[in-house]
Design a protein around this ligand. Structure first.
Ligand SMILES: [Zn+2]
Length: 488
């Protein structure tokens, strides 16, 4: 800092005539005597009227022209400052240099360093106003000082002066050797966050800046720190949305995936975790990430195995993926849960509906049969579903399982044509001759009783061809032919 005393000394030591000579603006036309000088004014560049007057004793000047920057006059240092359009401080330094004046001024470099450090300290203490004052001085010493401009940018940033901040960035870019804007900004941002607890607000601001320069990699890493911040501040749903945004941009981001896995169990209660997954599910559906959406619903169900909505959504999702078998299985799972909850009516509706998705799902038939039977609702329906299950097992070549359920048919039910056919088929395949013959004869009797002789004949011949050595059959066939041959 140049002291007032030093300013006075410098001013006293300056020879105004020599100063004008240095400037050399119509110097040959000045009028000078022992008291003063009159000349053309270099400050506003007048070539017609001599408006500049200098008092050689007081070492002051003024210009009579009202629009001249020197109209208000001042010391010789001020004259130089106005002429060069620099600060008084800098003018003092320049004049000492120019005329080799015997005044010991502190070195400008040292001065500059000192005010920058003061500015940094003030910034650190969040005394932004003071920091700004110091930086103003620093820039007077050296208007192109990159470090000072960075501090100025940081002050603008802290004061939320976005426009100023951006013009500072432009300035830093202009004066730095590396002209890459994003490098400059990243460097600055890392300085801004250095040694500071990041806040959600500042991270948001940084994110905006990074987005504005289109640096996706850094946007993602900033997003991650913002998400972590939400996470640690227990804004779990906000954190979750951000982690997912990251995964959306970068599906291979394991860090974000891990974070989600950690975040969920932290939800205060199970319902909160479920809500988080449902939110996640929604966002995955919106971004058409079906695989992830499926995963979310499965997570919901592992947390809350009775969540009907999740079953419903999961089933619908599989239908839309063209996997109606899986969709049916999911509906059956839910029907079983409804049943466990004693909601028999809904369990029935749900299970019966699921058959539309996969009419070959034997599990559904068995479930329905069990349900009708255990609750004494309708033995006819129970029989119907056991028969259906048996038929499906046979369709899938599992005859022993088929038989297991066909044997569950009530004695009445076993008398009907459809059941008899199924039983015969199963016993034949399992090579249980006695039973196959027994039920075949029942079917024959039934057909005869209904006067369907041709049908009875076909059945008999068929079973005889399979078991040609069976005596009961041989006898029956002989009898049948004896009785009906003449009629046919
Ligand atoms: Zn003037």
């Amino acid at each position: 800092m140049v002291s007032d005393e030093q300013i006075k000394d410098i001013n006293r030591l300056i020879d105004p005539s020599l100063l004008l000579q240095k400037i050399d603006f119509h110097y040959d036309k000045i009028q000078e005597d022992e008291y003063g000088i009159l000349g053309y004014c270099p400050l506003h560049g007048d070539h017609i009227i001599k408006t500049l007057a200098i008092d050689k004793k007081k070492k002051t000047f003024r210009c009579r022209y009202t629009l001249c920057p020197g109209f208000h006059g001042g010391s010789m240092i001020d004259f130089w400052a106005v002429y060069k359009d620099i600060s008084r401080e800098k003018a003092a330094h320049e004049l000492v240099q120019l005329f080799q004046l015997p005044v010991a001024l502190p070195s400008r470099k040292k001065q500059l360093k000192k005010v920058i450090i003061q500015a940094e300290k003030a910034l650190e203490n969040n005394e932004l106003h003071i920091a700004r004052e110091h930086i103003k001085k620093a820039l007077e010493y050296d208007p192109e000082n990159a470090r000072a401009h960075k501090i100025k940018a940081m002050i603008d940033y802290e004061e939320n002066a976005t426009t100023k901040f951006y013009s500072q960035l432009a300035k830093i870019k202009e004066i730095s050797e590396d002209k890459k804007e994003s490098t400059q900004i990243l460097d600055l941002l890392s300085q801004i966050s250095e040694g500071k607890e990041p806040s959600i607000k500042t991270t948001h601001k940084k994110l905006e800046i990074l987005e504005s320069i289109g640096n996706q990699e850094h946007v993602l890493s900033e997003l991650f720190s913002l998400a972590s911040l939400y996470h640690s501040n227990n804004f779990l749903d906000k954190a979750l949305v951000l982690y997912n945004t990251i995964i959306k941009y970068d599906p291979t981001n394991l860090e974000a995936k891990d974070a989600i896995a950690q975040l969920l169990p932290e939800a205060e209660n199970q319902q909160a975790a479920v809500d988080l997954f449902l939110k996640l599910y929604e966002s995955h559906m919106n971004s058409n990430n079906i695989e992830a959406a499926l995963q979310d619903l499965q997570e919901v169900l592992s947390l809350q195995p009775t969540n009907g909505m999740a079953y419903e959504e999961l089933s619908n999702l599989y239908v839309s993926l063209g996997n109606s078998k899986k969709a049916c299985q999911i509906r059956l799972d839910y029907a079983q849960i409804l049943y466990e909850q004693n909601n028999i009516a809904d369990a029935l509706t749900y299970a019966a509906d699921s058959l539309k998705l996969d009419p070959d799902n034997e599990e559904v038939y068995l479930f329905l049969a069990k349900l009708y039977l255990e609750n004494n609702l309708s033995s006819a329906k129970a029989n119907h579903y056991y028969l259906m299950a048996g038929k499906i097992f046979m369709k899938k070549n599992n005859y022993s399982r088929a038989l297991k359920y066909l044997e569950k048919l009530s004695p009445d039910a076993k008398e009907n044509t459809s059941s008899l056919k199924a039983l015969i088929k199963a016993y034949i395949h399992l090579k249980k001759e006695d039973y196959a013959v027994f039920y075949s004869l029942k079917l024959v009797d039934r057909s005869v009783a209904e006067n369907k002789l041709e049908k009875a004949d076909v059945i008999l011949r068929n079973i005889v061809s399979i078991f040609p050595d069976n005596n009961i059959l041989k006898e029956k066939y002989f009898e049948f032919k004896k009785m009906y041959r003449s009629d046919s």
